[in-house]
Structure formats: C-alpha cells, structure tokens
Design a protein around this ligand. Structure first.
Ligand SMILES: [Zn+2]
Length: 184
C-alpha cells in the first residue's frame, strides 16, 4: 500500500504528481497505473469514485474528514507519524476499496480504522485506540476560545509487553471537528 502511494504521489519538483495541484484526470491516470503495477486492479467506476473522494478530501474546506489542517496537530511524535495526511488518505482509500464503515462506539475504532491500524502495526507505529476524539478534561466547559481535543494511540513494547500511550492533540476551533461530530 505504501509503495502504491509513494509511487503515485510525490513532492513537487521530483517529477512525480503533486498531490496538491493534480487534476482529476491526472490523478486517475496515475492511480490507475500504480494500482495495476502493484497488482491491485480496480474497476473504472470504483477508481473514479476513489479519485472524487480524494479530491473532495483535498479541496473541501473544512475537509470532509475531521482534520482541516494536519500542520496544526501537536502531540507525541509516534502518534503524529501514525496520524498524518498519508494515513488519512489510506483511510479514505479503505472506505472505497473495502467498503468499510466507521461505525464505532466509544473507545472503539470501527472497521475502517481497524484495517488502517493493521498497516500502522506493520510500519511499527502505534495503533489508533479510538475513533472519536475526546475533549481534554473540562475543555468543553472552558471559557477560552480554544477547544483542545485529542485521540489516543497505543503501542505495545515487544520486549516488555508494556503498553505505551501516545496522543495527537489539536484545537478543534482552528482545525475542525466541532461541527462535524464524527470523523470520516
Ligand atoms: Zn472514515
């Protein structure tokens, strides 16, 4: 999966498609080739829906997903590596390819994120522990304009079998998530 992404979307100036400015046709073409090359054939309507979803994710402010700006996230390095625009993209990809859902209760991740968590573990990154963000204790009653929220990520140390918890934190006023009660 990562190879597909790396082969498909690169940085500006590297000769690879620039994710931030690519047209729908360019993205569909690049994705079609990359998926085929990596042995992931996709029917054309499915591919078109995927590209539409990706562009919607990229272009709609605030993004259809939870996070409007990944640059505004703060937190533990381990958790930030497990929760960036690449993982958000994979999340959207999984919805389309596996028709997975985000139905999740409190302290659950839902079907889609459980797939993404398996990939995170393959990469040695902590797993997302919950689908819904939580307010910092009392943050929702604060008079401050900021509304800090956070999502937990867990990783079990292979040697000690001890679980470590990492956090991604953001101000929901700036970054989003308050109007949309659910993250996509
Ligand atoms: Zn989702």
């Amino acid at each position: 999966m990562e190879e597909v992404l790396a082969a498909t979307f690169g940085q500006p100036g590297s000769g690879k498609l620039d994710f931030n400015s690519a047209s729908k046709d360019a993205m569909a073409g690049r994705l079609r080739d990359a998926l085929a090359r990596n042995g992931v054939p996709m029917a054309e309507p499915q591919l078109q829906k995927l590209v539409a979803d990706i562009l919607n994710f990229r272009d709609t402010p605030p993004r259809s997903g939870l996070i409007a700006d990944f640059n505004q996230l703060i937190g533990d390095v381990e958790a930030l590596e497990a929760f960036n625009v690449g993982w958000a993209f994979l999340h959207e990809l999984d919805h389309v390819v596996n028709d997975s859902s985000d139905n999740a209760g409190l302290d659950e991740t839902g079907e889609c994120e459980s797939h993404i968590n398996a990939m995170r573990r393959e990469c040695g990154l902590p797993s997302r522990a919950e689908y819904f963000f939580k307010f910092f204790p009392a943050a929702d009653q604060s008079d401050f304009r900021t509304r800090f929220v956070r999502i937990a990520f867990d990783k079990t140390d292979a040697k000690t079998n001890k679980r470590h918890r990492y956090w991604v934190t953001w101000d929901a006023v700036i970054v989003g998530g308050l109007q949309v009660a659910t993250a996509r």
